[in-house]
Design a protein around this ligand. Structure first.
Ligand code: HEM
Length: 227
């Protein structure tokens, strides 16, 4: 017996997987950091900085909103049926990301997780803001395809937060088998690994799903004009 899943079904399954995992991490993070008690922190706090926990809260809450909203912005049906909702959620996404990224830069400065993780977080914050800026300016100019490309890149970077937690989980399971592994190495590797995987997957989508059809269409037009 052969099983064939249509391209549309595959797309729906992939969308649901992204939306459900993003919502899981976002809701768990938001509920954890809604608490004013620094003891709720799931990462070690810098004992020299009284405001460290606050910076994590100010980062985690808006970043959770970004993670939650993102998948709905990519749902073509919703965009077509409720364009106003797409615009309103888009504005909430932009403002939340600016707050989340600025707080992330401050939190990274206070972090006790080492220079390698700190540099990864600075670069990720810069890439987060840069891709947001490109996506936003292109839509203001009415360049829908370019807006789409930059927002795929932007959300992929947000999704690094989900992949990071997946890698951390795998790392902790591996630590059970290889006790010499230490948490700092698992954490740093997971941070860099999640950024790399998400950036590569984003480029795969940008090239295969957006640029390739455009190039094919343009090539066909050139051939038909030449004929
Ligand atoms: C993509 C850009 C992001 C950057 C640059 C970033 C940066 C950071 C930094 C610097 C920390 C402190 C970590 C440490 O001290 O080692 C942190 C923690 C945290 N971030 Fe992000 N983050 C990003 C995205 C997100 C997203 C989308 C979420 C949504 C859930 C999120 C949720 C959290 C949470 C909950 C923590 C506290 C640590 C924990 O409990 O796991 N971050 N982030």
């Amino acid at each position: 017996m052969t099983f064939s899943v249509s391209r549309r079904s595959r797309r729906r399954i992939a969308w649901a997987a992204v939306a459900v995992s993003a919502a899981g991490v976002a809701l768990f993070s938001a509920f954890t950091y809604l608490s004013p008690d620094p003891a709720s922190s799931r990462i070690p706090l810098n004992p020299a900085i009284g405001l460290h926990y606050l910076t994590i809260v100010l980062h985690a809450l808006p970043a959770s909103l970004v993670l939650l909203i993102g998948p709905f912005q990519f749902a073509a049906k919703l965009r077509a049926r409720r364009p106003k909702l797409h615009r309103v959620l888009g504005r909430v996404y932009v403002v939340s990301m600016i707050f989340g990224a600025v707080a992330a830069i401050v939190a990274a400065t206070f972090s006790v997780d080492g220079i390698s993780a700190q540099i990864a977080f600075y670069l990720l914050s810069a890439a987060w803001l840069y891709t947001l800026y490109r996506g936003y300016t292109f839509i203001r100019q009415g360049q829908i395809q370019l807006h789409r490309i930059w927002m795929i890149r932007n959300y992929a970077l947000s999704f690094a937060a989900v992949v990071l937690r997946g890698f951390l989980g795998i790392g902790l399971v591996m630590k059970g088998f290889f006790p010499s592994l230490n948490f700092a190495d698992i954490y740093t590797t997971s941070v860099w690994g999640s950024i790399l995987v998400c950036a590569v997957v984003a480029e795969y989508f940008v090239i295969n799903k957006t640029l390739t059809p455009l190039v094919r269409k343009r090539t066909a037009e050139v051939h038909s004009q030449a004929a």
